[in-house]
Write a protein that binds this ligand. Structure first.
Ligand SMILES: N[C@@H](CCC(=O)N[C@@H](CS)C(=O)NCC(=O)O)C(=O)O
Length: 219
């Protein structure tokens, strides 16, 4: 059984970032195989055999393949339960998933390359229009997250107390994405107070898109 963990990723992929952080938090070494989304490598025949959805990330371990960052993060936490990033309490765990889904399920899918490409080919959206589209959805997500965090009674050093949870990983990916797209983060002081210190931690810093192979020195 192959014990090597392989992550198919790309420097700019926010979903791959989430999985990198999860692996780093667990102290799990992995090999990252780059699928260049700019060159359209997600559509190559070899990758079709790995993920017919043509998206990243994909995790391979022990001959098994897994897609979707949320499912992968949950799998990693269950497979290596030490240093868990999911609370034991069922209600808190559901809240962690709910907050994570705002960005993973509601914001992020609207700004991925295939959606921006479709806006271009079907509706003639140029680069600037695509950026405005992405910023709009990031800002809507930021407002929703900030609104929830302001009312969150569980906050400690992190969103749900002093334990880093999957929600911290997901919201960190939202902040990084908002920065890459130059969206507005100035009206989310609660979110930034919680996330900014996280980004400086080693498991998050090593996973950062701009620290990956192929990333430009400035975006
Ligand atoms: N919901 C998926 C996101 C999948 C996704 O859209 N990934 C992007 C990179 S972050 C991708 O591979 N996009 C390729 C494309 O849009 O053509 C997850 O969280 O894993």
């Amino acid at each position: 059984m192959d014990q090597k963990i392989v992550l198919y990723g790309f420097w700019r992929s926010l979903a791959a970032y989430r999985v990198r952080v999860a692996l780093n938090l667990k102290g799990l070494p992995y090999e990252e195989r780059v699928i260049d989304l700019v060159k359209g490598a997600q559509h190559a025949t070899e990758f079709d055999a790995i993920n017919p959805q043509h998206v990243l990330p994909v995790l391979e371990f022990e001959g098994k393949t897994l897609t979707q960052s949320l499912a992968i993060m949950e799998y990693i936490d269950e497979r290596w339960p030490e240093k868990s990033y999911l609370p034991k309490d069922a209600y808190l765990r559901a809240q962690v998933r709910a907050l994570s889904q705002i960005t993973i399920a509601d914001v992020h899918p609207l700004v991925v390359p295939r959606v921006r490409q479709y806006l271009h080919t079907q509706f003639g959206a140029d680069e600037e229009a695509q950026l405005n589209w992405a910023r709009h959805w990031f800002d809507r997500g930021t407002q929703a997250i900030e609104g929830l965090l302001v009312k969150n009674p569980h906050a400690g050093a992190h969103i749900f107390g002093d334990q880093i949870t999957m929600a911290d990983i997901a919201i960190a990916s939202h902040v990084i994405g908002a920065r890459l797209f130059k969206a507005n983060l100035s009206e989310a002081p609660t979110m930034m107070r919680l996330i900014e210190p996280l980004l400086a931690l080693d498991p998050f810093g090593r996973a950062h898109p701009l620290s990956q192979q192929g990333a430009p020195s400035a975006v």
